[in-house]
Design a protein around this ligand. Structure first.
Ligand code: COA
Length: 387
């Protein structure tokens, strides 16, 4: 069952100084209300994604707080699924509207990360890994994904130049996106010569620490009709899956079955195949993550997506443009806001009011892929033009 997206909102991602996550969410929600042409009193339920509020702001229990800041008195729950928190919040909203119990769901998320040091942020993010078997051994997320990249090179070939092409592509896509943290083009040499973060990753293989928020208003078709709304884009399929948290407990370090299962479920609900997808926003927290996502979603066989960006297949003028927002790499990655931001950017891309919409003017079907940890959680949503 299709769930129309009546409105979306998103703060610029980047450094927001003294602004708290609650203030950022209020900004994104206000924009979504204006976009939809409805108000806080219309909302029946709120699902708010946030991962590290306790670490960065000493703030837990942020569901009611987020609703209050958006002027909403309806029930509100925080959804925590690491970097997939707001993708999961979107999915909860979709399913509540589909259940018929809710006509309007406000979904999205926020994160504040730059008010703490990189070292503190790295420790906070590491809590999304297995405390017993990974964190105690000193694993960090750049470390975990670099192990996956090394293993991928070992099993399938490819190298740093292939990953560099992904960073170059995503930075290029963000150049005109005012909401992106980095609006500057880089070239392959910039990537290869950047300081090493964790081999094989340099600075430009990594998403940054970011502040920001995202929001979307999901409505029932009956509500849209009764209120004279005419949403152009709807969520037509949603899927979520989980995997073992620790990399060492997995059968393979170079495949992401949670994303495979989430993708299959979302595609099946929407009644589409991978070849029907015109444009994709995928979770490129590190360059290798984009490769793993494209393979898990069935766009490429295992071991083949590594050269997709380098061959121009996923660039803005390629067969399947990927991360036209700039992705997490260049748009930024305030973790609890990211899944909702993918919905906001994809909605605009399909409606024709995104700065990169012209590149996908005929696009009818878009997908978002939002992952938590080393893809121990994954949410995939299918968005389609419906009017
Ligand atoms: N890409 C491009 N530029 C970046 C960047 C990134 N990922 N991160 C920081 N920069 C830039 C900054 O804008 C700054 O530029 P300036 O000097 O022109 O102002 C410069 O690099 C230094 O920034 P700083 O914040 O001091 O970098 P850092 O070395 O402390 O942190 C990383 C860089 C990559 C280690 C950090 O961003 C990181 O840990 N990223 C991964 C986050 C993560 O794990 N997320 C969860 C994913 S699962």
């Amino acid at each position: 069952m299709s769930v129309p997206i009546a409105g979306v909102g998103m703060t610029p991602f980047g450094k927001h100084g003294e602004l708290t996550a609650r203030q950022l969410f209020a900004e994104a929600a206000l924009e979504a209300f204006e976009d939809a042409g409805i108000g806080p009193n219309d909302v029946d339920e709120v699902f708010y994604g946030n991962f590290m509020g306790e670490f960065a702001e000493q703030q837990g229990h942020s569901g009611p707080l987020a609703a209050d800041m958006a002027g909403v008195t309806a029930p509100s729950t925080r959804i925590e699924s690491a970097c997939a928190s707001s993708g999961a919040a979107v999915r909860f909203g979709v399913n509540r509207v589909r259940s018929g119990e809710v006509d309007v769901a406000l979904v999205g998320g926020a994160e504040r990360m730059t008010n703490i040091s990189t070292a503190e942020g790295t420790a906070a993010l590491a809590a999304a890994a297995d405390a017993l078997w990974e964190i105690k051994q000193g694993i960090t997320f750049p470390g975990a994904y670099s192990l996956m990249a090394q293993r991928y090179f070992h099993e399938h070939g490819g190298g740093r130049e292939d990953l560099a092409a992904i960073a170059v592509k995503n930075h290029q896509n963000a150049v005109e996106n005012d909401l992106a943290q980095f609006q500057r083009a880089i070239d392959v040499d910039d990537v290869l010569e950047a300081p090493t973060v964790c081999s094989p990753f340099g600075l430009y293989d990594c998403s940054p620490m970011s502040d920001g928020a995202s929001a979307a208003l999901l409505v029932s078709e009956e509500f849209a009709e009764e209120h004279g709304l005419d949403p152009e884009v709807a969520i037509t399929g949603t899927g979520q899956s989980s995997d073992r948290l620790a990399l060492a407990d997995r059968v393979s370090m170079t495949s992401t079955p949670a994303a495979e299962r989430a993708g299959e479920a979302a595609f099946s609900e929407a009644g589409i195949e991978p070849e029907d997808v015109d444009v994709a926003e995928v979770h490129d927290c590190f360059t290798i993550a984009e490769v793993l996502a494209l393979e898990a979603l069935g766009f490429y066989e295992q071991g083949e997506a590594i050269s997709a960006a380098r061959n121009g297949e996923t660039t803005i003028d390629g067969d399947l443009p990927v991360n036209l927002s700039g992705g997490l790499k260049a748009k930024g990655h305030p973790v609890g806001a990211t899944g909702g931001a993918q919905i906001s950017e994809m909605t605009k891309l399909l409606r024709g009011d995104h700065v990169n919409s012209d590149a996908v003017a005929d696009a009818e079907v878009g997908i978002t892929h939002n992952a938590g940890g080393t893809v121990a959680s994954c949410v995939v949503n299918v968005l389609e033009v419906v009017s």
